[in-house]
Unconditional design. Structure first.
Length: 167
């Protein structure tokens, strides 16, 4: 199973063989994740920057970074839906700004995050640690352990799916 993690930031899943698109810690500002050829991959994970969609970002309309990255979430969702490969996309919760993106196969709102996928799974059984974002250092806010645990669980579900498909 060949996996790519788009806009991975500092994600690390040692139990899986994953190509990390921007593991350097520099977020995907200019939409590089949209330029990646996904045809060689069996499974796609994406965590586009959430700055525009974060409810805490009162500067979303004036922030250059927010404006440069706001297209990534809807664009990657559209691209992945057309690929017909297992995918999961994570971002923050903001229904008013994201209401047009809830037409994916499966959408799970769990903890402080929204997950879009075409492989059903049950995130409610995944332990989440309460994160008071207000008192969390800025560099630690991006998803953190909660997102890691959900992605790890989802990858196990996909591994089971591929095991039954003979891959």
């Amino acid at each position: 199973m060949k996996i790519i993690y788009l806009a991975s930031h500092e994600a690390h899943h040692p139990n899986f063989n994953i190509d990390y698109q921007d593991i350097s810690g520099k977020r995907d500002i200019d939409g590089d994740m949209m330029q990646v050829d996904l045809t060689p991959y069996d499974v796609i994970i994406a965590t586009p920057p959430c700055n525009y969609y974060s409810r805490a970002n009162y500067r979303r309309e004036t922030s250059e970074y927010s404006q440069k990255t706001k297209h990534l979430l809807p664009s990657i969702l559209k691209k992945l839906k057309q690929l017909n490969k297992p995918y999961i996309v994570e971002n923050v919760i903001n229904y008013p700004l994201m209401k047009n993106f809830y037409d994916q196969d499966f959408v799970y709102v769990y903890g402080r995050h929204t997950y879009w996928t075409n492989i059903p799974f049950n995130p409610s059984m995944i332990k989440q640690k309460y994160e008071n974002v207000q008192y969390t250092k800025k560099h630690l806010r991006q998803g953190g352990n909660n997102v890691h645990n959900v992605i790890e669980y989802w990858l196990e579900v996909v591994r089971g799916y591929y095991g039954t498909q003979g891959k």
